[in-house]
Design a protein around this ligand. Sequence first.
Ligand code: ADP
Ligand code: ZN
Ligand code: ZN
Length: 725
Amino acid sequence: MVRTVGVLLPLPFDKPFDYTVDFAVQVGQIVEVPFGKEKQIGVVWSLEPTSELEQGKIKAIIKAFDFPPLKIEMLKFIKWVADYNMAPLGSVLKMVISVRSVFEPSPMTVLYTLSGKTLAEAKLKNSDARWHVMDLLKHAPYTRQEIAAGAGVSQGVIKPMIDAGVLVPIYVENKKEFTEPIGDYVKVDLTAEQIKAAELLCRKVGAGFSVTLLDGVTGSGKTEVYFEAVAKALEQDTQVLILVPEISLTAQWLRRFQSRFGVRPACWHSGLTVKERTDTWKAISEGRVKVVVGARSALFLPYTKLGLIVIDESHDHSYKQEDAVNYQGRDMAVVRAKIEHFPVILSTATPALETLVNVDEGKYDCVKLNSRYANAVLPDIKIIDIKKDKPQRGEWGVSWLTPTMVKALQNNLENGEQSVLFLNRRGYAPLLICRDCGHRIQCPSCSAWLTEHKNAHKLMCHHCGYVDDIPEVCPHCGSAEGLTACGPGVERVEEEVCMRFPTAKVDILSSDSATSFTALSKIIGKMERKEIDILIGTQIIAKGHHFPDLTLVGIVDADLGLMSSDLRAAEQTYQLLSQVAGRAGRSDKHGTVYVQTLHPENNVLKALLNNDRALFMDFEKESRQILHYPPYGKLAALIISGTNQQQTGAVAAAFGRTAPDTENISVLGPAPAPLFMLRDKYRYRLMLKTTRNINIQQVLREWQKMVKVPSSVRVEVDIDPYSFT
Ligand code: ADP
Ligand code: ZN
Ligand code: ZN
């Protein structure tokens, strides 16, 4: 019987397309269909037609793949994510069936088995060697190499048996095996405080939906504690997903997992090869992988039976995706857990304000670790006022390190201990300016300055990736001496450190030096082996690393993050500085953190100095409450972009004219975005703000209906935006 079904395709459409099918299919089944001139992979979304298209015009499904169908819960999740984030349904599906090669014919292994034909029937001589082969294959099929080894014969014995049809080939898919982690491989002796926390987390596993904040100071052993919950989930034979900020997928973390569970977990991040992706996706969809550690995209994998999600460093902004689909991975993980009835653990030393409010309101549970493991204590914080303790010029030029900082580094070097200098800025200098004519070198495609990268001998745009050579003379006035670097990046601090401490071993950790997992592991390894005395790094340095001999952390410019207009700027700076500070003094040696600032009276620094997160958060809560910012109100950004400035501006203006305006809903803008040009596109922004009781998506849908948008202009919606550029 031929029927018509709806198939959702991984393309930016909001609805499934109709196809006919003359074999049995299930909802969630992955199928191949014709689409335009191509073939597409899709998922059976409904067993009913979804349009009014006439029968004759509907094309037929080509075939169904031999994969477990996506579960109903997965389809629900896709729908929820699309609705909430106002993304096309198909774009969300694309994040699920992200690996095209999974659906291509996979490499096969050829095994041989007995056909039933005797040697006599095949007119082959009845030798001992041939009998060894026949004996071996009575038990199981093997490859030619395995037969040769197992029966102790040469290929010359086997080949005639195949040619004569005594042995016949069978083809099996070449599946990568994933060894299961062992829950009780090594039991760790937990401290009394850790045991209490672990017990509470373990009680949640298998007991339906819940969210628990594991709120522990840096170095308190949060990883060891949530590993207990992972072990519990393994005991119950469910899958576990551990989400980590992309870059902190370090060898260190993997080693700890391996020593606790005996094997490495499956990894999921952008650095995998196509083959690794294909193998992992298949194994997850067939339930052959038990533990996955991955970046936010791992949330969209087709687990068969997920029983726990752990979100490590849950405050990290890398969980928020700003791409084809804008979503907050941390929150979407909670949604997935709710749909599939399992617990989520949010692990961090610096929870997001939203998370703390959820705990206050009783929606999330919370368990605390108040002390560092073993003898380690939290580091001392010392604030340096740059206005009073001015950096002294050296023979190399401008200096970025205050005399106090230099002295502390000097002492630490003499004591043979390691130091970290933190500056959240890549490259050598964020701007090249001509002293003779005032010209500043700008990206040709963005409203942004180009950053000088001295090590790479290039100028780079950090927004669009544009790269150019460093000019010899000013491109505007031709002056040969005028071009001057403005401000420091990590490379410039490295230059100063090398001049001041010529014998010290110095290295840089940033996304330019740690371009891959291997490159990152190499630098971390050098740090662990004490082959680095002073490591200078961007925010990568903040994330989860554990260096026992690191006793000094210097924050070069604590004010940097506070300059942004982002509503989370203060919170994020607090989190970042606490995390960086938390790298110091993690074992028996005491740690000290020096913080350089122009504004020692700032709330962020006061809280850091007094280790008083609660006070800072109370202040943050109050200021967000007054402004009705999340989580006390809702926000959505509309970003209007296009190559034609006039058309783009006109669309933005039309959104402005039709903006909803009630007691509970207000709109800011349109205004040119701070990054007015990005990748040769003009950009305008509007900000929709509503009270909590309003369905902001509904408001947006109504609003969008009122404005006609030409195809050359793009309207992007960002629910609860993190970026305001
Ligand atoms: P956090 O994630 O809270 O910053 P970690 O889990 O990285 O802390 O723990 C800090 C260090 O202390 C790690 O080297 C870890 O192996 C060690 N540690 C923590 N708890 C224990 C324990 N119970 N037994 C042995 N080592 C522990
Ligand atoms: Zn000039
Ligand atoms: Zn650019």
